[in-house]
Write a protein that binds this ligand. Sequence first.
Ligand code: SF4
Ligand code: MG
Length: 327
Amino acid sequence: KLDYAEKIARMFGANLSERTVHAVDQVDLTVNRGEVVGLVGESGCGKSTLGRMMAGIMPTSDGEVRWKGKSLSALTGADKRQARLAAQMIFQDPMSTLNPRKRVIDLIGEAPRVHGLVPDGNVRDYVAKLAERVGLDPSYLDRYPHQFSGGQRQRIGIARALAVKPELIVCDESVAALDVSIQAQILNLFMDLKKEFGLTYLFISHDLSVVKHICDRVVVMYLGRVVETGTPDELFSSPKHPYTQALIRELPSITDRRRDFTPIRGEIPSPLNPPSGCHFHPRCPFAIERCQRERPLLEPAGNGQMSACHLKDLLGSAGASKLAQSA
Ligand code: SF4
Ligand code: MG
């Protein structure tokens, strides 16, 4: 997305050489073993970039990703390979990540064979078991991706990720393209697999209603920054940050989950030129003068929540309605 934004900006003559684009800006995110962490926000907020960094498939320009306490960039040889396999990503559209010329047996079986996780002679058996586990008919192993439905293709993607025995799975909008009934099936599958294989998930979604039911902790991002964190219960019963409040307020009106949504008044500003101070100030109903000047830090905001807002102590749900009335 940023590449695209950059291209457009250059077309219009913007000089980007002196400007750094902070797709992810001073974010500090820990995912603990066994946790399901939801990462939510509108399109372009940096959640996919952060997910790719966490999965080790995108380098950080400044900062580091630590895997079990060790910096990813410091790992070499077998350690590096192991860390790389231990974090897998599952994307929104399996069609774009599954090679159309490969059969299911190879799509799923290649990586574990190449990395010596399963002996050559046992690959078919190994893949058949995995296929069965994710709800694919193991007699279809010689078919190609286009011969499957969207939901089945996502199951192929899941089996492919599982095949290398990962510990962390980063799901980037992994159910966003699916019909609601299929979404529920795939989410249930994710949760069953978590128990069975002791998995940890970073679950990226623009859809709060998806993360609500599966996550232990939710991290809300806006324009490259984390604006609020808390458990789903905390966030839904008393969102502290005005952006989270808006996301939740708008939730019932989201009927088409396939599209990223823009629930809040005003456009999402460009990450190339984010607003000063609190990035949310042009769209925030509570903004005060200080918000344009000063970046709010992510700080404890009651319950177990953290919020990055100058008015966090005033803006509990009750405080917010009081402020709204007096406005
Ligand atoms: Fe709104 Fe100011 Fe809080 Fe930002 S810091 S969310 S602009 S009240
Ligand atoms: Mg994305």
